[in-house]
Design a protein around this ligand. Structure first.
Ligand code: HEM
Length: 227
């Protein structure tokens, strides 16, 4: 394995995951009171609502798709009756559909952040960078799914990327598996790991603070004050 390969597919992913993990601990310890999604809803509501809704509706199935495609070995899929043909139909049509919804949502959110003067003024460098990076990752993912898979039908990411990816979590990654991977996938994955390194220092930390207790808690009743 050459030095670049070793760096990109062994050192870099671990570096990003380490920054992700320790970055959250440090941020929580020293900057707990700025741990927020930093809402800009009071400045502009309509585009935020549409963009955010589409992004979140799309990204959740996309995450499940990644778990299915990257963590679950092909043999396990086949054992439950999902052969290669069914898998690819699902990955391209269902993955493509939700990827498209995510893309439109992220496009609206990014456009809003750059073009709405008041939102832009309130945005930090990290707010702008996180939107741009997410948009880039999603475009590269969609390109890989819809274009690269069609142009290079012989390339199979489940016998290259997925095995390398699982190796990372087994502390035995084989960077050679990534050597022949098409560039669009490579850039998608490098940018994808990049967002994890960036995560603890951005508004993305709000993901870990979803107020799940709202689902089960009793209602707060607001009553008019009678004079
Ligand atoms: C960091 C590791 C990541 C790896 C190894 C990875 C790998 C992949 C692969 C192999 C595909 C092609 C799926 C197919 O054609 O069936 C894909 C597609 C895609 N990825 Fe990723 N990805 C990563 C991170 C991300 C992140 C962080 C995002 C979102 C912010 C993302 C969003 C997408 C989207 C939208 C698609 C296209 C739609 C789909 O197939 O689901 N990926 N990714």
């Amino acid at each position: 394995m050459n030095v670049l390969n070793q760096f990109l597919w062994v050192i870099y992913p671990y570096l990003c995951l380490a920054v992700f993990f320790f970055g959250h601990i440090i941020r929580y310890r020293y900057d707990r009171f700025h741990w927020t999604a930093k809402s800009s809803e009071f400045i502009e509501k309509r585009q935020l609502m549409i963009g955010s809704l589409l992004f979140h509706i799309g990204i959740i199935p996309v995450i499940f798709g990644h778990v299915g495609g990257l963590f679950v070995p092909r043999e396990w899929m086949q054992a439950i009756g999902v052969n290669d043909h069914i898998y690819h139909i699902g990955a391209i049509y269902i993955g493509g559909l939700f990827g498209f919804v995510t893309l439109i949502g992220m496009f609206i959110l990014t456009l809003r952040r750059y073009s709405k003067k008041s939102v832009r003024k309130l945005s930090s460098f990290s707010d702008l960078a996180v939107n741009s990076l997410l948009l880039l990752i999603i475009i590269l993912g969609m390109y890989s799914t819809l274009v690269t898979n069609a142009v290079q039908p012989d390339f199979d990411y489940r016998s290259t990327i997925s095995i390398w990816f699982r190796g990372l979590f087994l502390f035995n990654p084989d960077g050679d598996l990534m050597q022949e991977v098409p560039l669009s996938f490579k850039f998608h994955i490098i940018a994808g790991f990049g967002i994890f390194a960036f995560w603890p220092f951005t508004r993305l930390v709000h993901v870990w603070s979803v107020p799940l207790n709202y689902i089960g808690r009793s209602y707060i009743l607001y009553r008019k004050h009678k004079l």
